[in-house]
Design a protein around this ligand. Sequence first.
Ligand SMILES: Nc1nc2c(ncn2[C@@H]2O[C@H](COP(=O)(O)OP(=O)(O)OP(=O)(O)O)[C@@H](O)[C@H]2O)c(=O)[nH]1
Ligand SMILES: [Mg+2]
Length: 335
Amino acid sequence: MFPLEQHILRALDGSVRSLARLITRIENSPDEARQIVKQVYHQGGHAHVVGITGPPGSGKSSLVTELAKAIRKRSLTVAIIAVDPTSPFTGGALLGDRVRMRDLSGDKGVFIRSMASRGQLGGLAQATGAVVQLLDAAGYDVILVETVGAGQAEVDIAAAAHTTLVIEAPGMGDDVQSIKAGILEIADILVVNKADRPGVERTVNALRSMLQLGPTGGTRHHGRIVQNHVTLEEQDPDAWQIPVHKTSATTGTGIAELVDLITRHARHLRDTSQWLEREKQRGQKELEVLLFDHFLRRFRSELPVEYEQQIIEAIARRELDPYSAIDQLLAQTNQ
Ligand SMILES: Nc1nc2c(ncn2[C@@H]2O[C@H](COP(=O)(O)OP(=O)(O)OP(=O)(O)O)[C@@H](O)[C@H]2O)c(=O)[nH]1
Ligand SMILES: [Mg+2]
């Protein structure tokens, strides 16, 4: 086995094998993840990171596959990370994705990897963040990160992107209830996939009204959705019009236009200096995840396991409230 440094050098030099090995090590060891990111971080900063989230079965993986093909046609390289927080194993549910993404295999300009939860809280977000840094440093132009939009962790992962796509499909609950408002909040581009199916317009309209977009559309200004009540001339040029875009991953309808929208969003961020703002948001999220993990681990390493258990039991028996518990724990660890 090569030492970590060798793999890093090889991965940055284009070795897909070493890249894959490093990702496994990131997944298995937060300490190695830290070493890897420390060494590669300064080489990154070129990739356009695109998060793709939405309810199960809305067609994210199919869409990601088609997007990757369309991006390759523009002579850009693509890395795909499919994050499955619901499964502790890679494989299984992702087997279908492998079949779907088979069209992409053999293309050296595409790297595909699925990541599954290893059980620890925050662990997956942390590992995904590290993998994105590594792929960026390895030189991929576009990094597509697919997550199921089921919980906060997934939303966080998708939101740690420059551009976030929220995917919906017709017939998944006519009122688009399967999409939670919190998920819409993070969308830069709303995609109604399966446009070859009946009920597309209804879903498009439902999304528009959920966002309170109104006929002129909604805008995102410095990361916040603003309702339009001003005329086009009055509009802040920094504001981004959140498009509701129809695609079909099956027929290919709307895919090239979706790549155009993704590219246009990146250009918009750069033209309005919001790119740096997104980078700051990404940095902040990453810091929060790392700090959380760091303090939790430090805290636990300083406490006997039984002590934490005793506290938890005392809380459960209502002998101790959680806030007083924190006071006691902090007193124990001198923090
Ligand atoms: N008719 C139609 N079917 C589609 C389209 N896109 C995806 N599908 C089908 O929808 C099903 C789910 O597609 P996936 O791409 O696995 O969806 P996903 O959102 O990645 O699913 P999870 O990862 O399990 O959340 C598959 O049977 C696809 O073939 C589309 O545009 N039109
Ligand atoms: Mg999928």
